[in-house]
Design a protein around this ligand. Sequence first.
Ligand SMILES: Cc1cc2nc3c(=O)[nH]c(=O)nc-3n(C[C@H](O)[C@H](O)[C@H](O)COP(=O)(O)OP(=O)(O)OC[C@H]3O[C@@H](n4cnc5c(N)ncnc54)[C@H](O)[C@@H]3O)c2cc1C
Length: 437
Amino acid sequence: MNRADIAIVGGGIAGLTAATEAARRGLRVLLFERAERIGGRSISTREGGFTFNLGPHALYDSHFRKALHDFDVPFHGTTPARNRFAERDGKFHRLPITASAVATTRLFGVRDRLDFLQAFTRIMKAKGEYLDELSTTLVSEWLDANVRRPRARAAAESLFRLASYANAPGITSMDAVAAQTMAGTVLYVDNGWQELANGLREAAQRSGAKIRSGARVERVAAADSGYELTLGNGEQVEARSVIVAVEPADAARIVEGPAGGTIERWAKATVPIRAACLDVALAKLPNPRRPWVLSVETPHYFSVHSSYAKLAPAGGGTVSAVRYLAPGEDGMAAEAELEQFVDLIQPGWRDELVYRRFMPALVVASDIPKAASGGMAGRPGPAVPGAPGLFVAGDWVGREGLLADASAASGRAAAGLAAKLLADPASPVRGRVSIPA
Ligand SMILES: Cc1cc2nc3c(=O)[nH]c(=O)nc-3n(C[C@H](O)[C@H](O)[C@H](O)COP(=O)(O)OP(=O)(O)OC[C@H]3O[C@@H](n4cnc5c(N)ncnc54)[C@H](O)[C@@H]3O)c2cc1C
């Protein structure tokens, strides 16, 4: 039987971050990923020289980027600072995202401008008790109380959607939006996010972790020595500690016993953030001066990531148009409207089409931080109560970060907690076991 100090289920950002953190702490790590390719939702696809992420991905200046730096994962990216527009009634205006843009955009008049600026200043300065208060404040409540003028409110709401990907102001807690809005400038990553996942895998392996792809874990059960995992091929693995870094419903399916029941309750309470996405690769951009547009009236966003990062052959464009889906909304109807949105911004794009794909309902994050359950701090884990040595990690776990930042933060936190437990002489899962050669 294979043995490890820590077994990790899932080779997305959460699992790979956990594996690297644990291996760097000297623990013997085995990671299992069911797909042939590691990366989970951070995979990229290459089509005829064009690279697409699984929906447009921006790297925030937060937990994930810090983990990449700490683990010496090389990457290069560019901030999409130029040529960003807000769209209303088919007209394009400067995006009010910097002080000078707020002062000059024709998106709104003088009084809207002031209302908008005051609201954003309040968010950017949120800390201490006020930030705690935001964890139980709905985004819609906050907008009602802080942005009174309709045009300023619509612009603020669309920027909050952009920052958090969430289109659920009547559920989402305002602390999540504040965390993302304060998370600094974003980067679009050269050659796509697969490079980040591959870099993390190499960092984990450099530190001694063993990573197996094409290896589905069917069952995680408590055993005398910690936990026993059963793989799809019938193989058994023994580990003192397990980090389950998969989507919540998948975690509930594989973990047995009372701990599985706890995770199932957590999974049932989740409200995923979802998006419909139309990706098109164009041989030539009809309007290269319009690579980035956020609608302020409808939940639509458009970005040519290759206008900022290396993702397409010279002159070509990787275009992504997104509809932020409300909870329960069917994404199938979004295809035609996303095509029309691209028509508005890049008229004639169909003549340049090299490749297209429509993805009606991508899970952006497995859960929205909810005001009703205390916001980000109300998310479960990483420790699973009553199951020493068992942890969860992912973009639905822990009090830190949103999207991939939550995955990285919870992956590292879970690995740190597992390491502490294994080193504790009083711990029921103390001691080391080794992986036979
Ligand atoms: C359209 C879109 C846009 C996004 N934009 C951004 C963005 O701009 N910025 C940002 O920070 N984040 C963004 N995200 C979110 C980001 O991609 C995710 O938060 C992150 O990739 C989730 O990583 P994870 O490891 O938590 O989960 P996953 O990536 O879901 O990884 C879980 C892994 O576990 C594996 N697995 C499941 N069950 C088993 C099993 N039984 N045995 C073995 N393996 C198993 C799966 O195959 C998968 O590889 C976006 C996501 C989408 C879809």
